[in-house]
Design a protein around this ligand. Sequence first.
Ligand SMILES: Nc1ncnc2c1ncn2[C@@H]1O[C@H](COP(=O)(O)OP(=O)(O)OP(=O)(O)O)[C@@H](O)[C@H]1O
Length: 225
Amino acid sequence: MNDVLRLEGIAKTYNPGTPGAVEVLRGLDLTVARGEVVALIAPSGAGKSTLLHIAGLLDTPDAGRVVLNGRDMTGLGDKPRTEARRRELGFVYQFHHLLPEFSALENIVLPQLANGVAERAAQARAAGLLDRVGLSARAGHRPAALSGGEQQRVAFCRALANAPALLLADEPTGNLDPATSDRVFDMLMALVRETGLSALIATHNMDLAGRMDRVMRMDKIVASP
Ligand SMILES: Nc1ncnc2c1ncn2[C@@H]1O[C@H](COP(=O)(O)OP(=O)(O)OP(=O)(O)O)[C@@H](O)[C@H]1O
């Protein structure tokens, strides 16, 4: 079992059977091998977010299988899916989504406490991750007191807090200016490589995509006549 994620024959239509039906995914196959970083490149509206939601167990496909770490997640109930999401997946979005009333450190501690990690251990891991991205001096700052690049670095640490098997990222540096995006992306890649994490990273930036192991291109479905 060398694939962390396997999507097989995924189909998704929004509002099926209505005049507003939108067929987004049809027969989509995708794998991410252990330790592999895959770039997902798609034109706007091709269904990249839909795909990441399905891979992230936040949405279910109409057809096909989602296999995470060798376990078929298709058809499982909310509870095991939520559990798998918390333990096996890390998420990073274009916007940091950090909790504004908590410090950088606390934002990385809280998801660990939710997974039953003891507070001291959670704090030590959070501090180690912040150190790794050069933010030890900012550990006590709230998100509003951090720059955009710093916020995103904290968001990476949070995504890695519970040592997931797979990182799912949607334009993780899309909100940053090109120079900052470049630097912050390098940090993310270094973290991913160091931890042997697998990742599926959607981006419009071909330069960033070129630094990943493989590029997966998605095209817009052309509706059948
Ligand atoms: N809940 C929904 N109901 C109906 N249509 C939807 C829904 N969510 C997305 N869509 C449609 O599905 C298509 C794919 O959406 P999705 O957000 O997955 O695209 P995307 O590739 O992530 O786009 P972008 O790069 O612009 O964010 C779009 O045409 C969108 O309008």
